[in-house]
Design a protein around this ligand. Sequence first.
Ligand code: NIG
Ligand code: FE
Length: 421
Amino acid sequence: MEKNTIDLLVHNIGLLVTMQGKQEARTGKEMSNVGAIEKGAVAVRDGKIVAVGREEEVRAQIAGLAIEEELDAKGKLVTPGLIDPHTHLVHGGSREHELDLKLKGVSYLDILAQGGGILSTVRATRQATEEELFTKAKGSLDIMLLHGTTTVEAKSGYGLTLEDEIKQLRVAKKLNESHPVDLVSTFMGAHAVPLEYKERPSGYLDVVIQEMLPEVKRQGLAEFCDVFCEHGVFTVEQSRQILIAAKELGFGIKIHADEIEPMGGAQLAGELGCISAEHLLAASDEGFEAMQRAGTVAVCLPATSFNLRLKKHARARTMIEMGIPVALSTDYNPGSSPTESIQLVMTLGCLNLGMTPEEVITAVTINAAHAIGKANTIGSLEAGKQADLVIFNASNLAYLPYHFGINHVNTVIKNGNIVVF
Ligand code: NIG
Ligand code: FE
């Protein structure tokens, strides 16, 4: 029987950014439509939104029901919980020693080719116990939540053996079960060719396709499969083989495409119908056209280009004008993007990619939800969706990217519970 109480009423919201409107992935002018309501309120029961809108309308809708708890938003800005659709959350160690190499001008791919970079994190991850990985990743997830992130995609890819990949994915599963933040898991055994297969990369490809993918599927440890398609890592042809095998097993597919060199990764994403393609700094117009035709979401990672000191940025404006939905993400990882802050990414989305504050909030809510196949439950504030919302110490959207480098979060509500205040 339906409860006749409201668990939580968030009221006195100065500006309520609902993202109501089109629920498909948004592009073009639709990315500016954020469904903003002044003097708003949100009513929650059993972790879900039951009413959202102008406060007087919400109060009229729930009239007669007992309200267990009222939270005064004190005229501040409220948005849906932020979604980080691309992270390498679970890993061992850190790579601050690479900073010196980077300052000396050694490139990211050169560090990797010398056995450092991703491969140095592979060594640390293999050495770490499951408990150690859990503790470290939980620390990062806590930071993300403090910054307003309520759902995170997490990739494996620092184990590169069946056992170590599964170790990483199990940590993500345990975190999903025990932490307020929701996790969506992606298998990324094709993140690098491990040193033991350096002379025989095709042998590693066989392991990924024949052993890892079926076992990860059998254990139900990942929804998606991702590949690092890049010079010196996996070719377009190898990426195609892995992603086709993954698709046949029922995984959703993603690709790190055209990050540094133009490889044709974006074309492949469109050809195979990837749910998302990531990075895309060097993607061509033909690649964009293929993505647009397939409805692939572009996940831009401006903190990565910032941190790698690349002179280039993903052409977000072109993509938005061409009809590609754009999402933004931290790419949190110990090498190319050691930051958990989606708010920093929002600033870089504005300043480096030229996106407006409205486009940016769309990119970290409804479009980010689409990039991980979760837009039916999160990404906007609508009756029936999860009650994931953030109260910011701000009165308007532009203030978030404008006042940068600090945490604007006042309160985070996850599944109807106040988890940060
Ligand atoms: O998305 N590009 C490949 N993978 C990560 C970096 C991982 C690392 O450097 O450890 C990325 O940037
Ligand atoms: Fe990445």
